[in-house]
Ligand binder design. Structure first.
Ligand SMILES: [Mg+2]
Length: 161
């Protein structure tokens, strides 16, 4: 049996292609406005599904509001399909991300070296690298996760197996 693994995504400029405000998160064109269009969403869904199929637990850890994230994901049904209850926003914790993911790892019984953490903020990447020894990190640059980041995720998954 493979070891339990955790992949943690930031929301703004990581899953989403922008910094999403509460009023950006509703309406019919969320896919274009908040996620960069249908093609990018399809790429993300393929990636999330294959990571999930491998048995990884998926989580969102964000300094945005959980209510905004859920509202934004509603039309995509990502909460149900991929993240279950593991969407952590500022309502849940205002601790630094390394503290939040350390608690999550303990709760889930997952080792730090079996966690991959993605974020667009260098300060969050530095925090996790410094305080969650052994974990994998990917600094997302530009407007959220793109093809090169998907490749980096695959590389991490292969390295683990
Ligand atoms: Mg961000």
């Amino acid at each position: 049996m493979s070891k339990p693994e955790l992949v943690v995504f930031d929301f703004d400029l990581t899953l989403a292609s922008m910094n999403v405000g509460y009023f950006d998160a509703g309406g019919s064109n969320v896919v274009d406005r908040c996620f960069g269009g249908k093609e990018r969403v399809a790429m993300l869904e393929n990636m999330l599904q294959s990571v999930k199929d491998r048995g990884c637990t998926l989580a969102v850890v964000s300094q945005n509001s959980k209510a905004t994230i859920k509202k934004c994901m509603q039309s995509l049904r990502w909460t149900e399909r991929f993240f279950g209850g593991l969407i952590i926003g500022w309502e849940d914790s205002e601790e630094k991300k390394s503290t939040i993911v350390t608690n999550l790892l303990k709760e889930l019984g997952i080792a730090p070296e079996d966690m991959l953490f993605l974020d667009d903020m260098p300060s969050n990447i530095r925090d996790v690298r410094a305080n969650v020894a052994g974990s994998g990190t990917i600094l997302v640059q530009g407007k959220g996760i793109m093809a090169a980041d998907v490749e980096s995720i695959k590389t991490w998954c292969n390295r683990q197996s």
